[in-house]
Design a binder for this molecule. Structure first.
Ligand code: COA
Ligand code: MG
Length: 295
């Protein structure tokens, strides 16, 4: 399992069958969903099934996350009460509007962990940070809110509903500017906060070529993982977000070259100029490849 999860697979938490299937697969992170994929009438059952799955799970496998319900409803506390004691790797907060929401969730987790004699801070947080109109103005506010926060992701579906859009696509089938903006702000907000930027899901789960292209686009821009909604998407995402041997070799060369020339701000390699941004880039590749990066 890489240290930075590449694939984050959503599973409706009211489906034992899908949970079993997800656990048997290759996803780096599995998100047991208590929110949008579970009907209100099934929330209670879903909490029980999620807690049981967490208790039974093999802890050397995928990171196990629970997506709870948003803070503006009345379900969040019951969600946390049901699952925190079963020790998920973390909880994913949907419809997060700013760092303030993370601080609120942090306090709720402090209380729940305290009540269960779990070390405070154990449960990590990730957030879906572009799902309301106000959330777009909060993407720069996730810095230094909580050490629990490890990832930010974005979604266009709820945002388009919130904005009253009839579609998230332009007439030519491309994602409209508003959602591209949300995506870029999420990327920059995550990197500014020092957490993983996770690209949104690709909804058409039978279109492997389309998914590959979408992964490639996200990766080139700086996302280091991607949400999935179907097990068939997982191997494609894992492959796309694994640095290739050639990339790793090149990154090693760059890091070694700078280490061998400690005073140098810029160095030539294979006829190309390298400076500090290339070193940072190379270190990121090695980190994603799970290698120890010196210095
Ligand atoms: N996790 C685990 N297993 C899944 C799965 C998922 N996310 N999605 C599908 N499967 C399983 C199916 O149960 C089926 O299992 P089977 O072969 O044992 O019957 C198999 O994979 C093939 O599924 P398929 O028939 O191709 O899809 P489907 O029509 O059953 O399901 C969805 C389509 C969209 C309903 C389903 O993929 C799903 O529930 N995705 C997650 C939705 C979600 O969590 N959304 C919230 C975030 S936006
Ligand atoms: Mg949603």
């Amino acid at each position: 399992m890489p240290r930075i999860p590449r694939s984050w697979l959503f599973v409706p938490a009211d489906s034992e069958k899908k949970i079993a299937k997800a656990l048997a697969g290759e996803a780096d992170a599995i998100i047991l969903d208590l929110e949008d994929s579970v009907a209100d009438a099934n929330k209670r059952d879903a909490r029980k099934i999620a807690a049981a799955a967490l208790r039974d799970a093999d802890r050397n496998g995928a990171q196990l996350w629970v997506r709870i319900n948003p803070l503006d409803g009345r379900l969040t506390e019951s969600d946390l009460r049901a699952v925190v004691s079963a020790r998920p790797y973390g909880v994913m907060l949907p419809k997060s509007e700013s760092g303030k929401d993370i601080a609120t969730l942090r306090r709720m987790l402090d209380a729940e962990e305290g009540a269960n004699r779990i070390r405070i801070g154990t449960t990590k947080i990730s957030a879906v940070a572009t799902e309301t109109a106000a959330s777009l103005f909060g993407l720069g506010s996730y810095t230094d809110v909580s050490k629990r926060l490890v990832a930010l992701t974005w979604g266009a579906e709820d945002l388009s509903a919130a904005l009253g859009a009839s579609s998230k696509f332009d007439a030519d089938g491309e994602l409209s500017f508003t959602y591209k903006l949300a995506r870029s702000l999420c990327l920059a907000g995550a990197v500014a906060a020092g957490v993983q930027p996770v690209d949104s899901l690709f909804a058409d789960f039978r279109d492997d070529e389309g998914l590959r292209a979408d992964c490639d686009k996200g990766r080139r821009e700086g996302f280091t993982g991607k949400l999935a909604i179907h097990p068939a998407q997982v191997p494609i995402i894992n492959a796309a977000f694994t640095p290739s041997e050639a990339e790793i070799d090149h990154a090693r060369q760059v890091v070694e070259l700078f280490a061998a020339n400690p005073g140098a701000g810029t160095i030539g390699l294979d006829g190309k100029m390298l400076d500090r941004p290339h070193l940072l880039q190379a270190r990121r590749v090695l980190e994603r490849a799970g290698e120890d990066v010196p210095g």
